[in-house]
Write a new protein. Structure first.
Length: 156
């Protein structure tokens, strides 16, 4: 099973998201039981709709439960200062001197608009394990780019 890297807040959000889905599952199960009592299921739209929705909800529940079971909480990891790793907030400088700051997170919490990038993103892959002061060449979709690592510290 693939590890899921989450912040504590991300983990708690998944737990919170799971509760209404479980309630919905129970309600849909009741709806299906009531529809069965009405007789002919072949032409019972309520039954087919509830059954389809139940399948979707159960799939979402299973996906969330899998993530929770395989979760590694970034906050609990020993993130070394000065080395880029998951859970790091890293400041890099491109060849033009422009700086960017990224937090390396698991793919479920990736949000580039907030500066959170997945550890599986090409730029993160090129930075992982590197140290402050190093200059790295990373192959991005737009081609190879050089970056200097200015700062790498625990993000939380």
């Amino acid at each position: 099973m693939k590890e899921t890297f989450l912040t504590r807040a991300g983990y708690e959000k998944l737990v919170t998201d799971l509760e209404p889905l479980k309630k919905m599952k129970n309600q849909l199960s009741q709806d299906i039981a009531e529809a069965r009592e009405k007789g002919d299921l072949k032409e019972n739209a309520e039954y087919h709709s509830a059954k389809e929705k139940l399948g979707e909800v159960m799939g979402r529940i299973a996906k969330i439960q899998d993530k929770l079971e395989s979760a590694k909480i970034i906050d609990d990891l020993d993130v070394p200062k000065g080395v880029v790793s998951i859970g790091s907030r890293v400041t890099i400088q491109n060849e033009s001197g422009d700086e960017s700051v990224y937090m390396l997170v698991g793919e479920d919490e990736s949000d580039p608009t907030e500066g959170k990038i997945s550890v599986y993103a090409p730029i993160a892959q090129g930075l992982l394990g590197k140290k402050v002061g190093e200059t790295v060449t990373i192959t991005l979709p737009a081609g190879p780019r050089r970056f200097k690592i200015i700062k790498a510290e625990p993000a939380l």
